[in-house]
Design a protein around this ligand. Sequence first.
Ligand SMILES: C[S@@+](CC[C@H](N)C(=O)[O-])C[C@H]1O[C@@H](n2cnc3c(N)ncnc32)[C@H](O)[C@@H]1O
Length: 376
Amino acid sequence: MPKRFETLPMNVLSMGKAAESMITCSRTVLDRAAVRSHQEPEEEGKEMTDDKIPAKSANLSVLSDLCTPWCIHVVATLRIADHLAAGATDITTLAKATACNADFLQRVLRHLVAKGVFVEPAPGQFALNQAALEVQRFGLNLDGIGGRMAHAWGTLLTAVRTGKPAYHEQFGLPFWEDLQAHPDIASSFDALMGPAGHGIPDPEVLLTGEWEEVKTVVDVGGGTGALLAEILRVHPQIQGILVDFPGTVARAEALLQEAGVRERVRTVGQSFFDPLPAGADLYLLKSILNDWPDQEAQLILSRCAEAARPGGRIVILGGVVADDSVPSLLTPEMVLLGGKERPLTEFQELAHQIGLTILTSGRLPSGRFAVECRPI
Ligand SMILES: C[S@@+](CC[C@H](N)C(=O)[O-])C[C@H]1O[C@@H](n2cnc3c(N)ncnc32)[C@H](O)[C@@H]1O
């Protein structure tokens, strides 16, 4: 298995950055337009002297372009990169291999070539470049989780109006229920979270490095066990418990076997809103709290706190950021689930309300911000 430690947080799960940029820039653009209407017309991008006005105005037609993101999703779904790698390089062969219209497919590919994804070394002949190779890696397939995430942005208007996720309007069920009802989509989500998507997680999750007192680790919402497997590999004395939906822990088998840690892991298919396996030394919440609004986040933390052995710890990776860093404003988690990132002080208040004290917080060697808590 290649050793590529995870560096991507969940919000690079390819919902596209265009909407994010569009929202954060829109006020700037409107403000500037109001000022401009009382000024001489100026060239696009010309520096402005008033420091209240950004030096450069955004290019709205670039920011609001939906064409490129959809072209990328389409070529990912058609697995064009795999077909090219297999030798189907001319447009006629490519169209036949993917059961597509050659003219339309060529127009999509040429649009992407102009954007720096794929190259066209001779007319009608296409080839891979670095960006084209990565297209397949990022969970963009419209038939899998990529389709759910892409279409979920269509629910943003309702979410903004109501302050609640509106994913169910598009797919009939809230996000996690939809995934449970569609095991193929759930499986592609799990794969995206796993080593093939986000890379191999760094097992160093303790800021203090104090592993001696840890005998049992529970990875709460641990997906298919990538992090737990790495921890157990590095610490042969530790036993693990993987908690996630039944379908997800069932899909963990292969990864745990391959890592050689299967005998030391108990898998538990249950909701983390229900009482958790009790008496462990360490409860991990990696990329969990960012998925949930405050009430649910507190319930998950409470479940960990009541299950931990006296003096046991809860480690949070993801969903809490240092007070001096800017939390992501508009994340896939907000649109899919109503989740959010919290600055440390806000999290401290949330944790305190349910009887947790923060032992330490800071950056791990992986660059991730981590928080260690313990019941008071
Ligand atoms: C963003 S993923 C993070 C997975 C893993 N911790 C990681 O960092 O790769 C969120 C995980 O929470 C799980 N999950 C969501 N709701 C859950 C629930 N009510 N009970 C148990 N697991 C849940 C999902 O199945 C998924 O594996």
